[in-house]
Design a protein around this ligand. Structure first.
Ligand code: ATR
Length: 277
């Protein structure tokens, strides 16, 4: 029997998830099918329910439906409860829709395992307080940074995240004009969707500590404006979010199929994945 999965989003045509999951299927010798499903805000819930009725075993949820997915699920795994966002729905044997979020774990795996960048004891700056940032906060805090600052254009949203996540670990909110600790950040993570217009980035210069990593959750084969800016402004190392995409997918696959693929076997096939869209 073939287990069927899909990624639901808008737009979803350029999602790399089908190619990634097909390789995971090969690596683990599981027979899976994985498609793309375009939805709208109005149709999203119905499409998830239809996917279950048609025998789908699970789905990934991507922008802009992660919050809506958390509302729809019958049960939320601990990972999704604080984030109130879901990127992985498991159609449970008992018929329930069980929601998980694997984005934060994926980020941590990419940072710590693939990029050899430990979080424990380090100074971390998370840029952004939207859905993408929210999804990663609990795993980041559980990794025990010495300091975690959330900086956001709208300071109230960063402050709200402090209130939600302070039970997991200590974190601080800041505005772009008032960044504490500048010059000491070991890892600066961009979780915003903003563009940086050349010589006028909203972040101050001199943010980075020696050997710091600038990490963009966004993935783009041609680089990202944040990483360009970071490289010109003192970041020793830069990374886009491709590894996060792969690692969060591996955690989704493990939830559905009970086995986590060895992602290091996939990275040599990156060009094949990129050519799939
Ligand atoms: P996502 O689900 O992708 O995180 P979101 O929830 O709309 O999307 O959040 C977008 C994030 O990018 C927010 O942190 C937003 O800042 P505000 O909370 O102040 O809106 C940030 N963002 C988007 N455009 C930006 C810009 N031009 N300058 C600074 N921050 C920006």
């Amino acid at each position: 029997m073939i287990n069927r999965y899909t990624v639901i989003g808008q737009p979803v045509a350029h999602s790399l998830s089908p190619a990634i999951h097909h390789i995971f299927g090969e690596l683990t010798q599981r027979k899976i099918a994985y498609t793309r499903t375009e939805a709208s805000t109005e149709s999203f819930e119905q499409q998830v329910l239809e996917w279950r009725e048609q025998g789908g075993k699970g789905c990934n949820v991507t922008t802009p439906f992660k919050d809506q997915a958390a509302q729809l699920c019958d049960r939320l795994h601990e990972s999704a409860q604080l984030a109130q966002a879901v990127n992985t729905i498991h159609m449970h044997r008992d018929g329930a829709l069980v929601g998980h979020i694997t984005d934060g774990l994926g980020l941590l795996s990419d940072l710590q395992k693939n990029k050899q960048t430990p979080i424990a004891g380090k100074q971390i700056l998370l840029v952004g307080a939207g859905g993408a940032a929210r999804a990663t906060l609990a795993p980041l805090l559980k990794a025990k940074p010495a300091r975690l600052v959330v900086v956001n254009r709208t300071i109230g949203k960063a402050q709200a995240l402090v209130t939600t996540f302070e039970s997991v670990g200590k974190l601080e909110a800041a505005s772009f004009d008032d960044l504490p600790n500048a010059g000491n950040f070991d890892v600066v993570i961009n979780g915003t969707s903003m563009g940086f217009d050349g010589d006028k980035p909203p972040l101050p210069t001199g943010l980075f500590a020696d050997n710091a990593l600038a990490y963009d959750m966004m993935y783009n084969a041609n680089g990202t404006p944040f990483l360009e800016w970071a490289a010109q402004n003192g970041a020793t190392r830069t990374s886009d979010g491709f590894g996060m995409l792969v690692e969060q997918a591996a955690d989704s696959f493990a939830i559905w199929e009970g086995v986590r693929p060895k992602t290091r076997m996939l990275y040599p096939r990156t060009s094949e994945i990129l050519a799939s869209v």
